[in-house]
Design a protein. Structure first.
Length: 258
């Protein structure tokens, strides 16, 4: 059976206008994303990666073309799209449970059942002892996990991740990307992740989209097929024999000169 199409990006383009200049940030972007796919987006700095996520999130309007999420035209932020950014944006004065419940509270969906579900998720993702702690008592990696649970509890059809691990040190980054990649697959989520880290993109994604220099166009899409023992997780992916090959290919496509 064909998988359901979650995102449909059609002939997308955007030009920013400022008083001094026009900047064409994206041109002719066409991409379909299917249920339970994780898409990694890489590209040179300034090529329009964040712009692309902001358009899909409904935060800015494209100049040309359209984005649909589950068939619905994105012309404003949609309730069924969740975000996770570089900074976890937890509220320091709210305990962990109340941080997780924030989105539900805003959407008017907070009830006892939702509270129980939040506690269960915190338990099952290793935060059971920190339900009533405050953000400052948690490590950077734990805080990112809380941010993810806060997003997942809203049961979004699509998750947008903008450099979600770049504020973390290398070891934490490896561990948390492994955990979060595994959680996204277990919860059968569809996600688009922007990263400047090629290894992270390969290890977590089903497909990696390489954008060209600005104006960002899709240069190439890599279908990531790795032979892992048993199930594929981000950390095991890094040990797959094909990993290095994808790394070299993507590096070449990025065409970065220093
Ligand atoms: P990336 O995430 O790949 O680094 P961005 O999407 O942030 O790239 O930016 C793409 C281009 O658009 C850059 O040249 C940037 O300067 C420009 N840009 C981004 N946001 C704005 C804005 N609000 N107004 C004008 N230009 C912008």
């Amino acid at each position: 059976m064909d998988k359901a199409k979650v995102v449909e990006i059609k002939d997308l383009g955007i030009t920013y206008h400022t008083i001094e200049e026009e900047t064409e940030a994206l041109r002719d972007v066409n991409l379909d994303i299917y249920h339970n796919e994780i898409i990694g987006v890489v590209g040179p700095s300034g090529c329009g990666k964040s712009t692309l996520l902001s358009i899909i999130a409904g935060l800015i309007k494209p100049t040309k073309g359209s984005v649909r999420v589950n068939g619905r035209l994105v012309d404003k932020p949609l309730n069924n799209v969740g975000y996770m950014f570089q900074s976890d944006q937890l509220f320091e004065w709210r305990n962990i449970l109340n941080n997780v419940l924030l989105g539900l509270e805003i959407q008017g969906k907070l009830d006892d059942e939702a509270k129980e579900r939040a506690k269960e998720m915190l338990h099952s993702y290793g935060l059971g002892d920190f339900i009533y702690s405050y953000p400052y008592q948690l490590s950077g990696g734990m805080r990112q996990r809380v941010a993810l649970i806060r997003t997942l509890i809203l049961e979004p059809d699509l998750l947008l991740l903008d450099e979600p691990f770049s504020a973390l040190d290398y070891q934490t980054r490896l561990a948390i990307s492994d955990e979060i990649g595994t959680i996204l697959k277990k919860e059968e989520k569809t996600a688009i992740m922007v990263t400047h880290d090629i290894s992270e993109a390969i290890s977590m994604s089903d497909r990696v989209v390489v954008l060209s220099q600005r104006p960002g166009t899709i240069k190439k899409i890599f279908d990531i097929k790795l032979s892992c023992n048993k199930e594929r997780t981000p950390l095991k992916s890094r040990e797959a024999p094909e990993f290095r090959h994808y790394f070299n290919e993507i590096w070449r496509e990025l065409d970065i000169h220093v």
